[in-house]
Design a protein around this ligand. Structure first.
Ligand SMILES: [Zn+2]
Length: 598
């Protein structure tokens, strides 16, 4: 149990917290407002004092006070917690003071180190060779200063000597990643030597680590870029280069431009495309998408034309689509990168960005250009490539739209494609197929199953009877849902007294699941009527509904199993594997009978 979170929630009223940002009007038992997160003329944003949640029926955002402050101010949970703790007059206990102290010491060292590198660039050894290089790459002095670029001079102990001279202990400096331990000895030396330093900051501008480029004319046999290793403050899967300078523009423009490298970010920024970020030495991760989503759901990606770049981009695109983001692709002429173009022709760069194509459209065009749609073999390839992409879409309507579009393009009946689509998705599930298709299970089209799962969770969240019953049956192994929120509800149900509000307090730190819970709860509990008035939905007999939906779900599962078996059966028959055929037929009969009984 998190006492801090609960204490804060119990002391603050959601109406007061929200009221500092937006105008709320009383509407029956609840409060209404114009949603601050999307454009609207009549209010579809509501706050419930009783449940201490807010929800927008327009953009479907919602959550508790922490979520609201995070969304409004673009903060991490910890930061929102701090602000609200102060407002509530709660002293945060779960912060270990030593840990906080240690972290701030690490950040202090990194700040000092960054200043050291800056001085080396502007006044020291870097002045001659590095500044000229940066100017040649088209960077202006003020841009170099804004991004705090620096120079790590050649030598093994520059940073070590500087920092110990300032009174820091070696054990403290190690935690920043600035030092490397000498093998078989207790000695340490500087990690960054003769390199151009690109400091990587968090959203608020605090330096967490570096990406360091080999200096021009330096030892080119070394890696071109060396990054800070994982430390307590630097996590490469989380950082986004440039986020501190891009975030307000990301919010304002409601879009982000994802480029390949640090230089691309800086050059784009200088060319007045300020909503630009880059990942540092990784493919785009789920955590980074989470950060981006706090500011915008619209992402524009630069597309690298070489084939390794193409694979990486496709992977990132799929991840974004699966997170329900809207993705556009910016393509540049072969061999060009954003930094070059920003320097040579910023106008063209802006034009390219403005003309970015929605990702699906882009890949449709590309794929149809690459293959000859009149050849059978190529038809197959087009189908395979595009269906794999379509399967990563979150939205069923969109999925169907693109399947239809593909059918039209290839002159194939849509139904044939839908079958093919299911086959592609199922193949990865039944493991019988030789070639693994690498499509995650969750992408199998399961609209009905998802709908039923949601209904069941909604009933549990709005009725403690239903929740209790589900927990009992789950304990006896009679009932289960493949859903992470459901698992958490079963785990915490008793402790939360099967009560939605208590449960929300318990899981407040788990942002993903508490937002999901709020969403399902609000959609089950409230609706806007035709006159845009908020109505509470009353479920007369939650237990009866629960049984009904649970039964439906069971049927769906059985049907799915039958589907899978008949696919396996087909493969087994093709292979003339008599034993497998016999076994699968028996299974098919058994499950058919079970299904008939339901
Ligand atoms: Zn909204």
């Amino acid at each position: 149990m998190n006492t801090d979170v609960e204490e804060i929630k119990s002391r603050l009223n959601i109406v007061d917290v929200l009221g500092e940002y937006i105008r709320l009007d009383k509407a029956g038992a609840n409060w209404r407002a114009l949603c601050p997160f999307h454009n609207e003329k009549s209010p579809s944003f509501m706050a419930s004092e009783e449940k201490q949640i807010w929800h927008c029926f327009g953009c479907q955002k919602g959550g508790d006070i922490f979520g609201f402050v995070m969304e409004m101010e673009g903060l991490e949970f910890r930061e929102a917690l701090k602000i609200l703790a102060e407002k509530a007059g709660v002293k945060l206990q779960s912060y270990s003071p030593e840990k906080t102290e240690e972290k701030s010491r690490t950040l202090e060292i990194l700040e000092l180190a960054t200043k050291f590198y800056e001085v080396q660039l502007w006044k020291g050894e870097g002045k001659e060779k590095i500044l000229k290089y940066l100017h040649d790459r088209g960077l202006k002095d003020e841009t170099i200063k804004e991004f705090r670029l620096g120079y790590a001079p050649n030598g093994w102990r520059n940073m070590l000597t500087f920092l110990t001279g300032r009174g820091f202990k070696v054990e403290e400096i190690i935690k920043t990643g600035l030092l490397v331990k000498k093998e078989n000895s207790g000695d340490f030396y500087d990690r960054f030597r003769d390199r151009i330093m690109f400091p990587i900051a968090d959203y608020s501008g605090k330096i967490l680590g570096y990406s360091a480029r080999v200096a021009p004319g330096g030892d080119e046999s070394q890696a071109k870029y060396v990054n800070t290793p994982e430390t307590e403050v630097y996590h490469k899967s989380r950082v986004l280069y440039g986020i501190d300078k891009a975030r307000s523009e990301m919010k304002q423009k409601d879009s982000v431009l994802l480029v390949e490298g640090n230089m691309d970010v800086i050059a784009s920024h200088q060319a007045w495309i300020k909503n630009t970020v880059a990942v540092s030495g990784t493919a785009l991760t789920q955590e980074q998408i989470g950060t981006i989503k706090r500011y915008t759901k619209n992402i524009q990606m630069f597309f690298d034309m070489d084939s390794a770049g193409e694979q990486a981009t496709k992977k990132s695109v799929k991840l974004c689509l699966a997170s329900d983001m809207s993705v556009k692709i910016v393509s540049l002429a072969q061999g060009k990168d954003a930094a070059d173009m920003a320097k040579d022709n910023p106008e063209e760069l802006r034009k390219n960005v403005a003309e970015a194509l929605p990702a699906m459209e882009y890949f449709f065009q590309k794929t149809f250009q690459k293959f000859d749609k009149n050849k059978i073999e190529d038809k197959k390839k087009i189908t395979e490539e595009l269906l794999a992409l379509i399967s990563s879409l979150e939205n069923e309507v969109e999925k169907n739209y693109w399947i239809k579009k593909l059918g039209e393009g290839l002159n194939i009946a849509e139904s044939a494609l839908t079958d093919e689509f299911k086959k592609i998705s199922l193949k990865s599930k039944i493991r019988i197929s030789e070639k693994s298709e690498n499509i995650p299970e969750k992408n199998i089209p399961l609209a009905k199953k998802e709908m039923l799962t949601r209904e069941l969770i909604g009933l549990m969240l709005t009725s403690s009877f239903a929740w209790k019953k589900a927990a009992e049956e789950a304990r006896e192994g009679k009932f289960d849902l493949e859903d992470n929120l459901f698992s958490l509800m079963i785990e915490k149900g008793e402790k939360a007294d099967f009560d939605f509000s208590v449960f929300m307090g318990e899981i407040a730190e788990n942002r993903e699941l508490s937002e999901k819970a709020e969403k399902i709860f609000s959609q089950k509990k409230y609706r806007l009527d035709l006159n845009n008035n908020l109505e509470e939905i009353v479920v007369e007999e939650p237990l009866k509904d629960f049984q009904l939906y649970a039964n439906e779900l069971l049927k769906e599962n059985k049907k799915e199993e039958l589907n899978r078996i008949s696919n396996d059966l087909r493969v087994a028959e093709e292979r003339k594997d008599k034993n497998a055929v016999m076994f699968l037929r028996q299974e098919f009969d058994r499950i058919s009978k079970e299904l008939a009984k339901l």
